[in-house]
Write a protein that binds this ligand. Sequence first.
Ligand code: SAJ
Length: 403
Amino acid sequence: MGVEVVTIGLGYIGLPTSALIAKHGTNVLGVDINQHVVDTINQGKIHIVEPDLDEIVSEAVSKGYFKASTKAISAQVYLIVVPTPFKGNHEPDISFVEAATKGIIPLLKEGDLYIIESTSPIGTTEKMQQLIYATRPELKGKIYVAYCPERVLPGNVMYELVHNDRVIGGVDSKSTRKAIEFYSKYVKGELHATNARTAEMCKLVENSSRDVQIAFANELSLICDKADINVWELINLANKHPRVNILQPGCGVGGHCIAVDPYFIVSDYPMESKIIGTAREVNNYKSFWCAEKIQTEKLQFELKHGRKPKTALLGLAFKPDIDDLRESPAKYIAQKVLQSSNNEEHFIVEPNINTHSVYKLTDYKEAIEKADIIAFLVAHKEFKEVEILKDKVVLDFCGINKK
Ligand code: SAJ
């Protein structure tokens, strides 16, 4: 039997999505430019860390429903699941989506369904539709084109792929219907119909909304520091109000979604997106502020004790209990503190990874015992259990010792 679905991009989303579809007995070909990724998958193994994914891939490959290749072949459904990073000036870079689309244009035929899942600036789906028709004008109105963003949380992907609601927007209503029909075979969450532009914006807004809310919490933390108020206690009390739900401050916002997606809006609509743009600035500033705070504490310690302090920086990951350091504010802070170091001793701690190419890592218990200044950058579960002697200076940027 031929291939029904071709997925372009076998990363954090493309691979689990392909595996889920293949698990239902649909023939899927996953395409990736990386030969190592393709070979790994064809051996029934995976190249990323994601609970439960290895078993599903291994089974789908061994049953023959899932194959990987560096080249696409003809199918009925094409899913574009490639990265959309940004360029140096925070402008979105859709060149991977474009390249993936160009790769399948010669394969398209009447009745095919083309879906973009990659986070994309508003108008990308329409742009790709035009790109397709520019090369293949005979297909005008004869293929289905839609946008359906993924919205899963790394670490819980296999559950969320099935159970989360999806927003599905076609370039016309028959495309929306066709895409809904496709996802309804694999998704148990509700499928919400809209148009392509709204679906694109929806993904950007979901993550921007979280960024704005975290910026509010981070702004409060700066005010509270000056006003000598415990921000954790304050937020906890404010949240007792039935219609208030403030998020938690931290050492900044990281990861490859929330710290990135808002720029896709700001870059296209700079005059209109004041709050979204400012939230990005506030969250970035929070990391800078944490690094400055550590520097100040170090100087004060030296003045008081007449010797240089030993400093422990606890956590490098972009959020608690993961090993992912991408766009991590904690990593940025560690880098900044070490760069302005004057030969003092530092202990860098990240319990979720064994070694790092740049930083020499220290066990958290040893670091806490030996350091004079302890800065909590990420609220990893291990850190919550340790007892800290009274004579140490503690900088709690992530609410380890919440009241
Ligand atoms: N953070 C705070 N305070 C909070 C919550 C989070 O400072 O109260 C920080 C975290 O420490 C981290 C950053 O925000 O640095 C982002 O973490 P996260 O857990 O909020 O989100 P991600 O990036 O792991 O995943 C997000 C999710 N989006 C939303 O919750 C709106 C996920 O559903 C998306 O699929 C994913 O982005 C994506 O791919 O877009």
